[in-house]
Write a protein that binds this ligand. Structure first.
Ligand code: SAH
Ligand code: SF4
Length: 377
């Protein structure tokens, strides 16, 4: 087995090149070919010495993940389902907006946290993705979209680790992937435009602050421990007080001066006015002016096994108003791509359910894969 070069951040690639008896700066050239130009064939890399290209051919490869399906939503959202072997699949979702292009990336096949309202959580945990499997989602999407949109410029300006899985439970693979996203020789994304979303793995929040501080989103979903224990089982290990203290510590290193709190609005469960007031108290308790944060209310995206319902819009809006009136910046997330099950928490890596896939194809516009299709690489 040769090494998949998508497995490395620039430092890792430099070590790999040194192992081949090459100077470290060659790694920079190679890294740029891979991530900035989307090259997968060493013969394309004409400014590398032929001898190096020959060495690379025998010791390395650059491989994306096979694409099982691709769906485009009426709103421009595109969802890819990637095969990661052994019957597992993960999803990535591209969300175009006027001023940015966001890719939502998966970190695990399944998830061990098991949140009640999350379809990935219901599916259980299969395995961690490797750095190459995390980065391959961005590598493929960026270069596919450039071809598809016929542009040389960067298409993806933001990455959110909000796909399948709990990124902070796959820390060692996550960090090199984040570093490649940030690297000027890689994707050159600013730290503010790369967001790790976590259900609250407290020790790893502290490590992320040390190793690779990027924007942080914390999935809160409840203002007190009893309710959160029930919705996000990880809360039994890292209760709210500990979690919010970790958020306050994180702010010292964070590229943004606030933490985003995500809050999934569940009908009759966590969406009452008293919950909003309890949230305000909770945030104020942590810090003189309160913990600097923004709230992002996510209307629940239902799926059959959850037994839960989405809060009515009027209730979401009055909840948002209580928070805003208390001085907390609050937004309600627009649901994107829900016609292709690409909305938050609907990502289940559903490969086996062919009938459903067929139904969706019949209903939707599918766009053809251009020649860069991963399985041809
Ligand atoms: N594991 C991480 C990141 C992936 S989930 C986390 O939990 O933060 C990304 C976001 O989608 C989280 O805020 C999560 O709470 C939310 N989410 C999960 N299931 C959802 C659903 N069915 N409807 C709406 N949001 C959901
Ligand atoms: Fe895992 Fe996040 Fe889903 Fe919870 S919400 S089960 S942590 S992916």
């Amino acid at each position: 087995m040769t090494a998949n070069l998508l497995e490395f951040d620039l430092e890792g690639l430099a070590v790999f090149c040194e192992g081949l008896g090459e100077k470290r700066f060659r790694a920079t050239q190679l890294f740029r070919w891979i991530h900035q130009r989307g090259a997968s064939d060493f013969d394309q890399m004409t400014d590398l010495a032929k001898s190096l290209r020959e060495k690379l051919k025998t010791s390395a490869h650059i491989a994306a993940l096979p694409v099982i399906s691709q769906h485009a939503s009426a709103d421009g959202t595109i969802k890819w389902l990637f095969d990661v072997g052994d019957g597992n699949a993960v999803e990535a979702v591209f969300i175009p907006e006027d001023d940015r292009g966001t890719l939502c990336v998966s970190s695990q096949a399944g998830c061990a946290v098991g949140c009640r309202f999350c379809s990935t959580g219901h599916q259980g945990f299969s395995r961690n993705l490797s750095t190459a499997e995390i980065l391959a989602q961005l590598w493929f999407a960026e270069h596919f979209l450039r071809k598809h949109l016929n542009t040389d410029g960067r298409v993806i300006s933001n990455v959110v680790m909000m796909g399948m899985g709990e990124p902070l439970q796959n820390y060692s693979a996550l960090v090199p992937a984040l570093k490649a996203m940030l690297d000027d020789h890689g994707y050159g994304l600013s730290r503010r435009r790369v967001t790790v979303s976590t259900s609250g793995v407290v020790p790893m929040i502290d490590r992320l602050a040390q190793d690779c501080p990027v924007a942080l989103a914390v999935s809160l979903h409840a203002p007190f421990d009893d309710l959160r224990d029930n919705l996000v089982p990880l809360n039994r290990k890292y209760p709210l007080d500990e979690l919010l203290q970790a958020c306050t510590r994180y702010l010292a290193a964070a590229p943004r001066d606030f933490i985003t709190f995500e809050y999934c609005m569940l009908d009759g469960v966590n969406d009452q006015p008293e919950h909003a007031h309890q949230l305000i108290d909770l945030v104020r308790k942590h810090g003189h002016d309160g913990l600097r944060c923004k709230f992002n209310l996510i209307p629940f995206n239902p799926f059959p096994a959850s037994g839960l319902l989405r809060s009515p819009l009027a209730r979401v809006q009055s909840f948002a108003k209580i928070l805003s009136d208390a001085g907390l910046v609050t937004t309600v997330r627009k649901t994107r791509g829900d016609d292709i099950d690409a909305a938050c928490g609907q990502l289940a890596g559903d490969v086996k359910d062919r009938t459903r896939v067929q139904d969706r194809i019949a209903l939707q516009r599918t766009i053809p894969l251009v020649p860069v299709a991963a399985d041809s690489l």
